[in-house]
Write a protein that binds this ligand. Structure first.
Ligand code: ADE
Ligand code: ZN
Ligand code: ZN
Length: 262
């Protein structure tokens, strides 16, 4: 085979084996890492020690994208539906038809139960810790609590600064990337919260937090229609919500981990 063709083919296979992280990141890497960084700031010393030990010198920001990195590996197909939950607007999760392979709620609950199980192997604990960090992040992207018919906005085609996109990607990645700050800069510029404000964010269960996202998702669906041209105006209106969700995600992730390792 001529060198250029075989080189081209190998390049194609190498690139396509990374297809998901390059093509369609969830909350974008920056969003997930920001949540990991904020969570690290809110960990108790005990939880911090336990996590440092399990993650072998990596931090929560570093492992926060793990859930997406395994997505293009067939061995991990069973986790694909764990990143989101869809149910009809106006209905309750509890009454809705459940995804057979599990959803973000059952996924987080499973991870938590493994982390609380003293007999779970170290490898299992590490895997489920990394996955939990990712899933609590996803839970705070409103369109991860979306409608099945448009796959959480993935099928709502819009443009973003004149380039083809979809509503889901605008919320996962593009508003954050357009702001052009690193995850550490985002974390450092979140602004101060009072103890009472933090306590109020921490309150509630996984289901309550899922319903928070559902309420926002309804507003996100109302904020754009197919073929809309989105850009600066959209960021002016919604970047604040994105930042608030990243902060809630970080504080709540820390709360869950502090409880597990208390
Ligand atoms: N695929 C199907 N529904 C989805 C959602 N709500 N979020 C992300 N990916 C999805
Ligand atoms: Zn997503
Ligand atoms: Zn995800």
């Amino acid at each position: 085979m001529p060198f250029l063709i075989s080189f081209g083919l190998s390049l194609f296979f190498v690139l396509s084996s990374f297809a998901v992280p390059i093509g369609e990141p969830q909350w974008g890497q920056t969003g997930h890492r920001t949540i990991g960084e904020i969570a690290t700031d809110h960990l108790t010393n005990r939880a911090k020690k336990k996590i440092e030990n399990l993650l072998d010198g990596h931090n929560l920001a570093y492992v926060s994208t793990f859930g997406d990195e395994i997505k293009s590996d067939k061995r991990y197909d069973k986790y694909y539906t764990w990143h989101y939950v869809n149910f009809p607007i106006g209905s309750r999760y509890e009454d809705s038809k459940k995804e057979e392979k599990g959803d973000i709620i059952t996924g987080m609950e499973h991870c938590i139960s493994v982390l609380k199980d003293e007999n779970a192997s170290r490898a299992d604990q590490v895997f489920h810790l990394k996955l939990l960090v990712h899933l609590i992040g996803d839970l705070h992207q409103p369109l991860h609590v979306g409608r099945a018919e448009d796959r959480g906005g993935n099928d709502i085609k819009v443009s973003w600064h004149y380039k083809k996109s979809n509503l889901h990607r605008v919320w996962d990645t593009q508003m954050i990337e357009s702001w052009n700050m690193s995850y550490t800069e985002l974390e450092q510029n979140m602004g101060q919260l009072s103890k009472e404000q933090i306590r109020s964010i921490e309150r509630g269960s996984l289901l309550d937090w899922m319903y928070d996202s559902r309420e926002l998702a309804e507003r996100v669906y109302a904020s754009a229609s197919p073929d809309d041209k989105l850009g600066y105006r959209y960021s002016y209106d919604h970047l604040g919500t994105v930042m608030e969700q990243l902060r809630k995600g970080g504080i709540r992730l820390a709360k869950v981990l502090n409880e597990i390792y208390s």
